[in-house]
Design a protein around this ligand. Sequence first.
Ligand SMILES: Nc1ncnc2c1ncn2[C@@H]1O[C@H](COP(=O)(O)OP(=O)(O)O)[C@@H](O)[C@H]1O
Ligand SMILES: [Mg+2]
Length: 246
Amino acid sequence: MNGAPHAGVPDAFEITVTRKAHVAADATRVVVLQDFILSLPKSGFVALIGPSGCGKTTLLRIAAGLDQSFVGKVRNPEALRLGVVFQEPRLLPWRNVAENIALARPAAMPDNTADLADRLGFTSVLSRYPSELSLGLARRVSLARALAIDPGLLLLDEPFVSLDGASADRLREVLAQTVGQSGATVLMVTHDVVEAIGLADTLIVLSERPARILARIALPAPRGRRTIEDTEAILAEVRKAQATAG
Ligand SMILES: Nc1ncnc2c1ncn2[C@@H]1O[C@H](COP(=O)(O)OP(=O)(O)O)[C@@H](O)[C@H]1O
Ligand SMILES: [Mg+2]
């Protein structure tokens, strides 16, 4: 595929996992990642796609510094400020929506809650508590909370799953606009290849557990304006990579 959008751009973030195993309930060890290296170009938008259970969430938790029991290292040479959107929204239950967002933001930053709520469509629930929100609304708030800190690195774990099509599209658009303007580096896990093609500029196809990189596909620029032909060609490349693993 032509047009590597970040050729020559230095990496802003790098994760090396020599070995990561989880210990299952019956005490067996499950090797999830082995000899795995992932580098993120500065201001790049990398989408990870891979089968369920291959280790995507484990990798994101390691990248976020939430899981430190692995052999390897995470390099964040520019000390990029981290925003994370988990698979489950994980809002603080005893704080209302506005407070959940305000608490994430460093005190010196301007208050952008109203703007984010407007763009993401949850202004009417700013004074509600998380238990009162639908999953769709909680996902919007969770995305706003991550964007509110103007992250240098944004980690997203299937952020639009189980949303209706129109809501997901709106959130994708806000995400694309925001990171396009801020130049944030993004790593997004998704199992929706078409979503990945619409948002990312690099697609990484993972194998079954332990996750290996089957293909790193540079998507043709500009991000978000791929034609149907582009999409078909990329889908064929993804399928080919998955078939060679089988
Ligand atoms: N805390 C844990 N304890 C034991 N096994 C785990 C734990 N977390 C994940 N696993 C196992 O590790 C594998 C990878 O999980 P995960 O990273 O969540 O996959 P993915 O996000 O790609 O679906 C799965 O087989 C899962 O069952
Ligand atoms: Mg997962």
